[in-house]
Design a protein around this ligand. Structure first.
Ligand code: GLP
Length: 262
C-alpha cells in the first residue's frame, strides 16, 4: 500500500486526480470504477477542471460505479445515478452508453448483478477503482463481515450506515433504503489499481485499521493490504492515528514528481 498524506482535502484530491488523469491519457479507453459519498467530490471537481482547462478526454472512457440503493428510481434525487450525473458525468464528455451504475430497480436483481460482473469483464476490467471508506470500514457498500471473495450482489446496510447516510436524505433515517446493490470485495480487488480517499478526523480510526491493522472481514477496507497496487490519499486529520505517518510522508516526499502520478 502507498499512503499519501497531504495537508488538506484539496491537495490530496488533486494528487489523486493526477493519477487518474495519467491513466486516462495513457489509455484513452480506460475503465474507471467510481464511488459516491462526499469524499470523492473534490476529486471529481478536479477531473472536471482537467477536462475543461486541459482537455482531458473522456470520450472513450467507460465507468462502473460501486453501488446503488435498491428501490430508488434512477431519477430519485438521492439515487447514485443522479449523484454521478450531477457531480461528474454532465460536466465531462463521457458517452452515456459508457456509464454503468447498478440498477436498484431491476426486476431480477441477482441476474442484473451477474450481468454487471460480465459487463466489467467485457470492458476489459477496471483500470482504477476510486474508493471512499464508511465509518464502519465499508468499501462500496460491503459492510463488516462481507466475504473477501464476494461479487456484485445485494447487501443489507448496517444501522450505522443507515444513520450516517441519513444526511443525504434531509436527515430522515426513515427514508434511507436498507438494501443496496454493491460490487463485491472480490470485484474491487480485481481492479488493477485501487485508489482510496479519506478526509477528516472522523476517518482516522478507519484509516489506521485499514492500513496498519489486521486484515479482517470486520474491517472490509483492510483487504486492500492484499492488493498489489493500492494507494490511499488522505489529509492530515485522517492521518492522526497512523503509527508510521512520518515514514509515509518521507517516502512520498522523496519521490521524483513523475513517480507521484505513477
Ligand atoms: C457510502 C458509499 C461509500 C462511501 C461512504 C462514505 O456508504 N456507498 O462508497 O465510501 O458512503 O461516505 P462519505 O464519503 O460521505 O464519508
Amino acid at each position: 500500500m502507498e499512503i499519501i498524506i497531504r495537508e488538506n482535502r484539496q491537495v490530496a484530491s488533486e494528487a489523486a486526480a493526477r493519477v487518474v488523469a495519467r491513466i486516462v491519457r495513457e489509455k484513452p479507453n480506460a475503465v474507471l470504477g467510481l464511488a459516491t459519498g462526499s469524499t470523492p467530490l473534490t476529486l471529481y471537481k478536479e477531473l472536471i477542471r482537467l477536462h475543461k482547462e486541459e482537455g482531458l478526454d473522456f470520450s472513450e472512457v467507460s465507468t462502473f460505479n460501486l453501488d446503488e440503493y435498491i428501490g430508488l428510481e434512477k431519477e430519485h434525487p438521492q439515487s447514485y445515478h443522479i449523484f454521478m450525473w450531477e457531480n461528474l458525468f454532465s460536466q465531462i464528455n463521457i458517452k452515456p452508453e459508457n456509464v454503468h451504475i447498478p440498477d436498484g430497480m431491476a426486476v431480477d436483481i441477482p441476474a442484473s448483478c451477474a450481468a454487471y460482473e460480465r459487463e466489467i469483464v467485457a470492458a476489459g476490467g477496471i483500470d482504477v477503482q476510486v474508493l471512499g471508506i464508511g465509518s464502519d470500514g465499508h468499501i462500496g457498500f460491503n459492510e463488516p463481515t462481507s466475504s473477501f471473495a464476494s461479487r456484485t450482489r445485494i447487501k443489507t446496510l448496517t444501522q450505522q450506515t443507515v444513520a450516517d447516510n441519513a444526511r443525504f436524505f434531509e436527515g430522515n433515517e426513515a427514508c434511507v433504503p436498507h438494501h443496496c446493490i454493491t460490487m463485491g470485495i472480490g470485484t474491487i480487488m480485481d481492479a488493477r489499481m485501487n485508489l482510496m480517499l479519506a478526509f477528516g478526523e472522523g476517518k482516522a480510526d478507519g484509516i489506521a485499521a485499514t492500513v496498519e491493522g489486521p486484515v479482517t472481514a470486520i474491517m472490509p477496507a483492510s483487504i486492500l493490504q492484499h492488493h498489489p497496487n493500492a494507494k490511499v490519499f488522505i489529509d492530515e486529520p485522517a492521518a492522526t492515528k497512523l503509527q508510521l505517518a512520518e515514514y509515509y510522508r518521507w517516502v512520498y516526499d522523496g519521490k521524483p514528481e513523475w513517480q507521484k502520478d505513477a
